[in-house]
Design a binder for this molecule. Structure first.
Ligand code: TPP
Length: 273
């Protein structure tokens, strides 16, 4: 892909990170770490890969995106508002009483395909959608972002088995592999091991990429479209809190509030990307 298109996607990712900060604000708890780690993946899906039309959000032919690690929805809100699904001014109202932007995805928000947040369920929803596309002879593709901590959920592995049984080559799982859970490193909390090997053992095609390198991300997304008969998994190595100096690799910002000082520092950090 041309260099200027990559630069444009990187610029979008910066806008998404700014939007995440708009959602979090000051003295208001929010999932900063996992939203920032998935920001480049979400950007590549919404602004490069997915065939969607904000003016016709229910188009039956649209690609579907399920944020299975629903707590990172701030990145999705930022992308949806940038695409025009709703006004950017809504971001600052996130988690306020009466706002349609709450702490986890809900279908009442324009552009959201499924309620998630109770970890472990999004891939099963994606399997159902991908299977429905096959049964209805439709060409849409289904993308699901999972957390590496989320892979501890048994239901994920049922969905993984099911997807390969049904040869769902229209399904792509992307693991935001930031190697952190809510309360510590994956290796210490509940080691999910060699994820790529596990997906492959369950009959998927799998790749490992740098989840903050836009070229890597789009090359991997393009590759998944060449695969026939197998579902695809992209294990994206990321950094929890990516872009915010004091939150990078710091699980205490998994779901935390920012003081005014921290908020200002975070804005400066993102502005300097
Ligand atoms: C079923 C369920 N159990 C527990 C939680 C609480 N919880 C929210 S986020 C999280 C950690 C998830 O870790 P990971 O998937 O690695 O997310 P990331 O580090 O990318 O934010 C937990 C345990 C939940 N939302 N759902």
């Amino acid at each position: 892909m041309e260099n200027n298109k990559i630069k444009e996607l990187e610029r979008k990712a910066k806008i998404i990170r700014e939007g995440i900060l708009d959602c979090i604000g000051i003295d208001k708890k929010g999932h900063l770490g996992g939203s920032m780690s998935s920001a480049d993946l979400v950007t590549a899906l919404y602004f490069y890969k997915m065939r969607i039309n904000p003016e016709n959000p229910d188009d039956p032919e649209r690609d579907r995106f399920i944020l299975s690690k629903g707590h990172s929805v701030l990145a999705q809100y930022a992308a949806l508002s940038e695409l025009g699904y709703f006004s950017k001014s809504e971001l600052k109202r996130t988690k306020e009483f009466g706002s349609f932007l709450q702490g986890h995805p809900e279908v009442r928000t324009p552009g959201i395909e499924a309620n998630t947040g109770s970890l472990g369920q999004g891939l099963s929803i994606g399997v159902g959608m991908a299977l429905a596309a096959k049964l209805d002879s439709k060409n849409y593709r289904v993308y699901v972002i999972l957390g590496d901590g989320e892979l501890c959920e048994g239901q994920i592995w049922e969905a993984i088995t099911c997807a390969s049984f049904y040869n769902l080559d229209n399904l792509v799982a992307i693991v935001d592999y930031n190697q952190m859970q809510a309360s510590g490193p994956i290796k210490e909390r509940y080691n999910t091991g060699d994820i790529k090997a596990k997906f492959e053992a369950f009959g998927w095609k799998a790749w490992e990429i740098d989840g903050h390198n836009m070229t890597d991300i789009i090359v991997a997304l393009d590759k998944t479209e060449q695969v026939k008969n197998f579902p695809s998994a992209i294990i994206a190595y990321t950094i929890k809190g990516k872009g915010v100096s004091f939150a990078e690799n710091n699980y205490s910002f998994h779901n935390n509030s920012l003081t005014q000082e921290q908020y200002e520092q975070a804005c400066k950090d993102i502005a300097s990307i």
